[in-house]
Design a protein around this ligand. Structure first.
Ligand code: FES
Length: 155
């Protein structure tokens, strides 16, 4: 870990101690700073705070808001709830993955432009199947529509 990173972590640590923040807030600070919560950072915090790393990981794995790997600039979230599934979510996922050239087991594009995620019902079943790109909601998505939608996010 380089000096600048250590200083950044120390600043987060001092701020969180001063505010008497809990682990969730600490992890949010870390994620805001680095985009995800990497292992070496958890280990650093565990040692610095005298809280076992397992407690940090307990929180990281419980809350879906925390990410342990770097994510792309654009987050493509496909709803895989029952209604969206029945209305074609699997075909949309296959088409989007193909369009983004994602290999099996890979969710983030090589150029770090896109990360694909799946969620359960996002509460918009009336416009199923639903895909979110970042904060924008796309309803009644088809395989060809998802390709068009993704195009506007490509650089
Ligand atoms: S199942 Fe997709 S919005 Fe409800």
């Amino acid at each position: 870990m380089d000096k600048q990173m250590t200083e950044t972590l120390e600043a987060i640590y001092e701020k969180c101690v001063a505010n008497e923040d809990n682990i969730i807030t600490v992890l949010q600070e870390i994620q805001n700073e680095f985009g995800y919560v990497q292992e070496e950072v958890v280990n650093w915090f565990a040692e610095r705070s005298n809280i076992p790393a397992s407690q940090y990981y307990g929180v990281i794995t419980f809350y879906s808001q925390f990410h342990q790997n770097p994510r792309g600039k654009n987050i493509v979230t496909v709803c895989c709830g029952t209604v969206c599934h029945v209305k074609g979510a699997p075909r949309i996922i296959a088409k989007a993955r193909d369009d983004l050239k994602l290999k099996d087991g890979q969710d983030t594009t090589k150029d770090m432009q896109f990360t694909m995620e799946r969620v359960n019902c996002v509460g918009a079943c009336s416009i199923a199947p639903v895909v979110l790109v970042n904060d924008k909601v796309f309803g009644k998505v088809t395989p060809s529509k998802i390709v068009k939608s993704l195009k506007q996010y490509k650089e």
